[in-house]
Ligand binder design. Structure first.
Ligand SMILES: Cc1ncc(COP(=O)(O)O)c(C=O)c1O
Length: 445
């Protein structure tokens, strides 16, 4: 009985897959909120290196991965595809459940797949420092890890609620050389503005993005780096799905359903996008993005132009959003607390190529416990959303082949497991009023 399907280092993908030319309709362009016109490369140049801007708008289906990036990927790639025999047995299912184990990277998640690429292109263009935000701390660790590989300084604005829940993530970032601040801070105008309105603000990804973007825009030697949402981030993550495709072939499987949790959409897009052309050509395959009921962007949000950050510094992008001023409750899956979603993913949800479901955190932790007890790996709270959905799918569909992305481990999330084990986990439904209020504040275009 094969449990791990492994690839050789020589089988690490040498090209990323760009889904843009295969989309069922054209991706609406980002808009400059000042002019109402589509933005050009010159608008993005103050905060991103040119190579990433080119990738953001590229219509080439395949984009070459530079050798230095592949060498850095070799630290942890290719990642194994596991058959979850023990979970299957516990569920008494005749489904075949597989998970792609992205938790084996040193920072513990899929995030280095793009962090390494972004740090590399910044280094190549002479950038000295990267500023970024982090929710759960996974992204902050990944960019700190990647900056360290390529000799860059790194400043991380970490959402305050996670900073407090996860002190060890902060220490890991510092170990790799990053400066870490609890956001909102008094270091930026964006942070000061939020603190004036709410001195006890728990922070949010949107607020932390505002701070990191402002930092990059106001420092000559610094560029900004985003861990999700943007086209180039999802592009870099396609190494996950490309490897998974090969591994499923080796296992002699055709997947019926692919599942991933969705914060901004990068691990989900990374797993699923390489399979989308198969579906568009008629193959029977379902894709399910899983989000928390506390932040139900795909299931309850509007598909409209909105700011990517809270304060309104970014271009407007067309996406599923709960409104840029929406601050989700402090659930333990900090990386899923984002008011928007990747425009690429949003477009595919709108076109019904991709489905979405939402779960409250208690059943998600129940699923995480079962997974930890059967497969041994303690999953990240974000990832556990995908596990819950995979388990539900196995209960509903006899004999199918279910594949989910194990986007990260939860070894630094023990406070969340403690809350669950001691019965102190709260479930938050989304607040219909708060969402309505936040959606009303979206600028009209
Ligand atoms: C382990 C893990 N999974 C998933 C996510 C969600 O991000 P994305 O939707 O971009 O994959 C995060 C974000 O921090 C994360 O840390």
């Amino acid at each position: 009985m094969q449990t791990k399907i492994m690839l050789q280092e020589s089988e690490i993908p040498t090209k990323w897959y760009n889904i843009i030319p295969d989309l069922p309709e054209q991706l609406p362009p980002p808009i400059n909120p000042g002019t109402g016109q589509p933005i050009g490369p010159e608008d993005l140049a103050p905060i991103f290196p040119m190579e990433l801007i080119k990738q953001e708008v590229s219509s080439e289906r395949w984009i070459e991965i530079p050798d230095d990036i592949i060498e850095a990927y070799k630290i942890y790639r290719p990642t194994p595809l596991h058959r979850a025999h023990r979970l299957e047995k516990a569920l008494k299912t005749n489904c075949r459940i597989y998970f792609k184990d992205e938790s084996v990277s040193p920072p513990g998640s899929h995030k280095p797949n793009t962090a390494i690429a972004q740090a590399y292109y910044n280094m190549k263009e002479g950038v000295r420092r990267i500023s970024t935000e982090t929710g759960a701390g996974q992204w902050g660790c990944s960019i700190a890890f990647a900056c360290n590989i390529f000799g860059l300084s790194c400043t991380v604005y970490m959402v305050k609620v996670s900073f407090e829940q996860k002190p060890y993530r902060k220490i890991l970032m510092q170990t790799w050389g990053a400066d870490v601040h609890a956001s909102p801070t008094n270091l930026t105008n964006a942070g000061k503005k939020i603190l004036e309105q709410d001195p006890d603000s728990p922070g949010s990804l949107g607020i932390a993005i505002s701070e990191a973007v402002e930092d990059a825009a106001t420092h000559e030697d610094t560029k900004y780096s985003l861990g999700s949402v943007l086209n180039h981030v999802l592009l870099h993550q396609t190494v996950i799905g490309l490897e998974t495709k090969k591994q499923l072939e080796i296992a002699g499987e055709k997947p019926d359903v692919l599942i991933g949790c969705v914060g901004g959409g990068s691990n989900f897009g990374g797993l699923v996008f390489p399979f989308v052309p198969d579906k568009l050509k008629g193959q029977e395959i379902r894709f399910i993005g899983v989000e928390p009921t506390a932040c139900p962007t795909l299931t309850k949000g509007s598909y409209t132009y909105d700011f990517g950050d809270t304060v309104g510094l970014t271009p407007l992008v067309k996406m599923h959003t709960l409104g840029h001023s929406f601050v989700p409750p402090g659930i333990h899956a900090g990386g899923l607390r984002y008011h928007g979603d990747a425009p690429l993913l949003s477009l595919l949800v709108k076109n019904k190529v991709i489905d979405a479901v939402a779960y409250p955190q208690t059943p998600v932790f129940e699923a995480a416990m079962l997974f930890a007890k059967t497969e041994g790996i303690l999953p990240a709270p974000e990832t556990s959303h995908a596990i819950k959905c995979a388990i539900d799918e196995a209960k509903k569909n006899d004999g199918s082949c279910i594949v989910f992305n194990l986007s990260g481990h939860g070894n630094f999330d023990l406070a969340a497991y403690d809350a669950y084990l001691s019965g102190n986990l709260e479930d938050y439904e989304y607040s219909e009023d708060k969402i309505r209020e936040a959606i009303a504040q979206i600028p009209k275009f």
